[in-house]
Design a protein around this ligand. Structure first.
Ligand SMILES: Nc1nc2c(c(=O)[nH]1)N[C@H]1C(S)=C(S)[C@@H](COP(=O)(O)OP(=O)(O)OC[C@H]3O[C@@H](n4cnc5c(=O)[nH]c(N)nc54)[C@H](O)[C@@H]3O)O[C@H]1N2
Ligand SMILES: Nc1nc2c(c(=O)[nH]1)N[C@H]1C(S)=C(S)[C@@H](COP(=O)(O)OP(=O)(O)OC[C@H]3O[C@@H](n4cnc5c(=O)[nH]c(N)nc54)[C@H](O)[C@@H]3O)O[C@H]1N2
Ligand code: SF4
Ligand SMILES: [Mo]
Length: 704
């Protein structure tokens, strides 16, 4: 595409000599993985739109990525390597050459690797700034494994649910997203689908128009909840109690699928026994949801076919998040809803793909025996050299290499993260598009290319197609792809050329190699390709669970072996106002502002305009008790920190719950901090994940 004078693009022709169209992929951490069409004129991208021919994208992009050209050509884009000249955090840099930057990085890293502390005092820190196979995780991993750096456990988002699901299903909960519109009963469970998964949402709306009932279980009345047939307000962190009571109702009303239970599940008797204790009345006390509502929800979901639970991340970010997902994912097996295409439960489609497995693609074989792993959620502690649960930390961190992430804004216990980033004995390198909060602490700041400027290939965690990202324009300024930067570092470290001496196209071929029918050429010529899956696609219709028993494990020996409850159960929040010993009274959740993608886009003027300033949604009763009037400034605080927000007194939250959307750049707020100055680094019960929404705070007025 793009080189010929007359380009055929899903029936559209572009035959002006100086215009070409390129197919790209939205790189962001979002389940929709949209296919984008970029129009380029004389080397400049002049138009970007959703691919009309892509069956999931359906020709539209979200409000954020519609502005991707503004982001790419933004005046604040980093275009040259920079070296820090002022104190850490002040953001003062001077321009240097790539040669000088690379030389300094290699010199410092080698010096650290050869010191008594050894290479494990070097830590890579990256997450989902881009989800492409190459720019997210390829040569970078090989480089860090090759030099013997500490490993990073990437727990900030999804590991609680991954492990919770895995214990029950032996993999992720997957339903065919292309069949959603056929569903008759849909539960958005801890999922703000209309905002965070908008291309699935349009399918839910279609189902709704065809008579489906759409229900949203969320403590906050989100846009998804507003547009659903019913909003069920749940007390944060108590979803497992609701799921247990729903199964209680199903068994009591004899609405279970005996055939499915008999053939494809393990531990039915123990599950029956467990849920017999979970009457809707008991669950009402914990969840705040009336027992009658629980009964009705359970019966509606049990009696409709196909029935889908779209379970997402909101409910995972609590102390009991892993167990909540494990418990909810038992429901489809009790009801037999897995039998229907589109039905069952949906968490992520990522594991359906058979790209080259990351072990071999990222060369895990290079990892030196005994290398330690550091949990990214506990960056605050790691930078302070504190081991978990009193265990020794090992060699202190002396170098931090950050890419595809903005930890100064997105990590919990922000004050402590910043304290660590300020350390003068820490050598920090940041690869970025912009001078983020994290970039302000870099010793060397390197300009990275955006998705319009580099190659990549993508799976998706919300649909089932493989997509190629062809560069549309040349790298702006002196920016370079992550792959190119790590390639150069690996070369200068004299690592074996076979691990780095390959082009991005070669890497794409390698990533695609287990899928012989999907090649770089085909993706280039024909566009996105569907995975070859059985039609209809209902992966658990006849069991095929990848658990040790091959069944859906209500009883899990693996959980028992870990010393955990082998049955689904309810784990209360770490910071539980019902425990009777909590210091702060209000449960605060901080999901992302719709116009931001985590902290990405938070620096664009238009997105800031859409979002206004940090707000706090609070129920009228809680506001009255504190003399808080709407649209006045409040202080939100706990022992970890405090931030200011504009109070929005409204009944979109129940009493006892407050919502403050994230994730602002600290330096773009009035008080220089964001919600993460209050969030904690305690981990989830399974998967050692982040507990951003398990957070008790107090709120007070700010005297004028
Ligand atoms: N616009 C936009 N889209 C995004 C993102 C973004 O930043 N902006 N981020 C992307 C990423 S990285 C991710 S991981 C996904 C996340 O996708 P979602 O999981 O949909 O994201 P959240 O908005 O974090 O959480 C969903 C909902 O869970 C609710 N919630 C909080 N606690 C609980 C609870 O205890 N129980 C229940 N039932 N609900 C609870 C929140 O109020 C929120 O409305 O979205 C992706 N898409
Ligand atoms: N309070 C609170 N905190 C949260 C959340 C929340 O809901 N509430 N959400 C959590 C979740 S779900 C997640 S996933 C994390 C996300 O946290 P992060 O993964 O850190 O996501 P972003 O904030 O989007 O930052 C990604 C950065 O990568 C950069 N980037 C993008 N592409 C490239 C590239 O090709 N090369 C390089 N070098 N850089 C690139 C972007 O410019 C951006 O600054 O945040 C978590 N933090
Ligand atoms: S962020 Fe999500 S919805 Fe928006 S363009 Fe990217 S993939 Fe599509
Ligand atoms: Mo995430």
């Amino acid at each position: 595409m793009g080189t010929s004078l007359s380009v055929k693009l899903h029936g559209e022709h572009t035959n002006l000599t100086n215009l070409k169209t390129i197919r790209a992929v939205c790189p962001h951490d979002c389940p929709d993985t949209c296919s984008m069409i970029i129009t380029v004129k004389e080397g400049k991208a002049v138009d970007l739109r959703g691919d009309k021919g892509h069956p999931f994208t359906q020709g539209f992009l979200c409000q954020k990525v519609n502005r991707y050209l503004d982001r790419t050509y933004h005046k604040d884009r980093l275009l040259y390597p920079l070296r820090r000249v002022g104190p850490k955090g002040t953001g003062q840099f001077e321009r240097i050459s790539w040669e000088a930057a690379l030389k300094e990085i290699v010199f410092r890293l080698k010096e650290i690797a050869n010191s008594v502390d050894g290479p494990q005092s070097i830590l890579p820190f990256s997450y989902g700034g881009t989800m492409g196979k190459l720019q997210e995780a390829s040569i970078d991993r090989r480089f860090f494994h090759g030099i013997g750096a500490s490993l990073l456990d990437r727990t900030i988002c999804a590991t609680a649910g991954t492990v919770g699901c895995d214990m029950t299903l032996g993999g992720r909960a997957v339903a065919d997203p292309f069949m959603t519109e056929n569903c008759r009963h849909i539960i958005n469970w801890g999922s703000n689908t209309a905002v965070t998964n908008s291309h699935l949402w349009v399918r839910m709306v279609k189902a709704q128009k065809q008579g489906a009932r759409v229900v949203t279980i969320d403590p906050y009345k989100t846009p998804t909840a507003c547009r659903s047939d019913e909003w069920i307000a749940i007390r944060p962190g108590t979803d497992a109690a609701l799921a247990l009571a729903m199964m209680h109702v199903v068994f009591r009303e004899q609405l279970e699928d005996r055939d499915y239970l008999g053939q494809y599940t393990l531990g039915e008797d123990q599950l029956r026994q467990r849920v017999s204790e979970w009457t809707p009345e008991r669950a009402q006390k914990i969840t705040g949801i009336p027992a009658d509502t629980i009964r009705r929800l359970s019966m509606d979901h049990a009696q409709a076919r196909p029935a889908l639970i779209r379970l997402n991340y909101g409910l995972q970010r609590h102390g009991g998040g892993g167990m909540a997902v494990r418990t909810i994912t038992c429901i489809p097996a009790v009801l037999g809803t897995w039998k229907d295409p589109g039905g069952g439960a949906m968490l992520s489609t990522s594991k359906v793909y058979s790209f080259k497995d990351s072990e071999s693609f990222c060369r895990h074989d290079l990892i030196r025996a005994g290398t330690r792993t550091i949990n990214m959620t506990r960056l605050a502690e790691a930078l302070a050299g504190e081991g978990d649960n009193g265990r020794p930390f090992g060699p202190p961190l002396k170098a931090l290499m950050v890419y595809n992430s903005n930890p100064a804004a997105i990590c919990p216990n922000q004050a402590k993260v910043i304290e660590g980033l300020k350390r003068d004995d820490l050598f920090t390198v940041v690869l970025e598009h912009f001078q983020t909060d994290t970039a302000d602490y870099a010793d060397i700041l390197l300009p990275a290319t955006t998705q319009l400027e580099h190659w990549d290939v993508h799976s998706s965690y919300g649909h089932l197609m493989v997509q190629l990202n062809e560069p549309a324009i040349a790298p702006l300024g002196e920016s370079r792809p992550n792959t190119a930067i790590f390639r150069e570092l690996a070369k200068r470290f004299e690592l074996s050329p076979e691990i780095w001496d390959n082009t991005d196209q070669e890497l794409i071929r390698e990533a695609l190699s287990p899928m012989p029918n999907i090649t770089l050429e085909k993706l280039l010529e024909e566009g996105p390709k569907s995975l070859e899956l059985p039609k209809p696609f209902a992966p658990f219709a006849q069991g095929h669970f990848e658990t040790p028993s091959g069944k859906c494990e209500f009883y899990s020996q693996r959980m028992a072996d870990l010393g955990l409850d082998p049955l689904p159960g309810y784990t209360p929040p770490h910071e539980d106002p019902q425990s009777g010993n909590s210091t702060y009274p209000l449960q605060m959740i901080s999901p992302p502002e719709p116009a931001f993608l985590n902290s990405s886009f938070a620096n664009l003027e238009a997105n800031q305009r859409d979002s206004g300033q940090p707000k706090l949604r609070i129920h009228p009763l809680d506001a009255k008790f504190r003399d808080i009037a709407s649209l006045t400034k409040v202080r939100v605080f706990n022992d970890r920190g405090s931030f200011q927000a504009l109070a929005m007194v409204e009944e979109t939250v129940p009493p006892g719950v407050v919502v403050s959307h994230g994730v602002w750049w600290n330096k773009r707020t009035n008080d220089g901090v964001n919600v993460n100055c209050t969030t904690s680094t305690r981990l989830t019960d399974l998967g050692a994940g982040a507990t951003f929404f398990d957070n008790l705070v107090q709120v007070e007025t700010i005297p004028l």
